[in-house]
Design a protein around this ligand. Sequence first.
Ligand code: ZN
Length: 575
Amino acid sequence: MHLSLYRKFRPQSFEEMVRQEHVVTVLKNQIETGTVGHAYLFCGPRGTGKTSVARIFARAVNCEEPKNGSPCGVCPTCRALAQGSLDVAEIDAASNNGVAEMRDLREKVQYPPVTGKYKVYIVDEVHMLTDSAFNALLKTLEEPPAHAIFILATTEPHKIPATILSRCMRLDFKLLPEEDLENHLKRILKEIGREYEEEAVSAIARAGAGSDRDMLSIAEMCLAYGEKLTYEGVTAVLGAADFNETAALCEAVISLDMPAAIERTESILSAGKSVGVLCRDLLEMLNRVAIAKTCRTAEKLLSLPKTQFARVREIAQKADGRAILRATEILARTETDLRLVSSPRICLETAIMKISVPAADDSVDALTVRLNALEQRLKEGNFVSAPAPVPAASPAQPSAPAVPAKTVPEEPQSAPDEYEFPMEEPVFEEAFFPDAPARTAPVKEPIKEPVKEPPKPVEKPAEKPQTAPISGLSAEIVYGKFMRLLRKTSKNGVLFTMCMDLEAKFEGDTLVLYTDSETVARSLSKEDHTAVMSEVFSQLGVSSFAVKLKGAAKKGENPLDQFKKDFGDYPVEIK
Ligand SMILES: [Zn+2]
């Protein structure tokens, strides 16, 4: 029979436990002094040893000659319990959440133990019990027979009723440090005679995230991958993105380059990686960058291959510490949210946008990040890759439409100006945080665009001009209409965001949208995006539009053009 590593190497004595000394010491002392209690509550994350300790404890209290608080393993009682005995019962509340089981338990607990001194009931995942089951359990706990010991184990102590809590001795299990997980895994690998690379063991221990069980099940998959445990094999098994891809995404995110961040996210996800794994990979990368930025012993701590560590350090040197922290906080929240939302991909992409566009966020952290980025840009004299391509929905923004067609901004550092477009509503916030209260007074416009009607311009071509007459409107107004309609008709938040900082101009009959960003220009020219855009434009009566890189349009007005020229011309024509 195949036994999983976790079960095969389950500790049999307190000495074999990985950490949790604070719990083990208490229990050992109680056994040695004969002062065991009747009810314990073991709290802590999964895979930290709650059930293992409960089982050892159950044997130790019954052992005739406990050694140093642990069961001796050789006395008749120990041997009987090893065979399985009615005196130690394990109940999984996750599958037995009924009152019937608890009543049954209440009845059976009255009979004295068969082999040892105590009957021990281990109730796993006790928070899963129903209210009436808890009540039944409570009655037993209120007047337990002298020979009964209850060990309730849970990952969610806050769900345990206070009446139960007050009758238990609570012991908290902690997540295991990576170093201990590593040592445990190495011990096991030596015992089963498998070779390993240090880096592979580190990676598995890290992936275990504090849980011995999780680590060992990951190790098991990795061991099946190849004879020797290699870092490469582990990476392949964990489905971790190519390190470089994650690193590049991380770099884009914390340098507030949203278009690049979104494009990289899309490309990693379309390569088949799951949203959850990407989120975790990115968090891990941020963590590495944070360590590389702050710890002198980072290289040792991270135990990455040399080239990878060099890359992490490179990102860390350029990064703003506040930005790393803020990104980590947002993503950590997102990781939790991902389990609850119906469309995790949008959830993650929104988080990435939020991180890389601190303008959309008015927390102190976001403001600090913006300030640092601004200072950095001032220092570098570089105003081109403005990291805030969002019309900040500030109350100062008037709802007046159509500032007459903007000429090229003379002062490029006035970023908000450059990104303003004539829209009456705070577009970004509404689009991405629909539940957030609007910060500007919501000026509802009387004229509604034809949203709900599914667009059928093909069938009734004659009506097209009627629905949206654009003649005589300035390019900016048309662009504003386009953005509103795009927001209402397309669920693609990425596309919407990329369209946000464009400058619109009519060139003949063609509406040309200029962008500063080569990435945006390239991405908007992709077929799936142009299809959506052209659909929306056609509803507005615009039959021809194009996306162009700004550099080509403006010549020699300021030193920035030098930079823009480096990107070259990237016009995209769509007819
Ligand atoms: Zn014994």
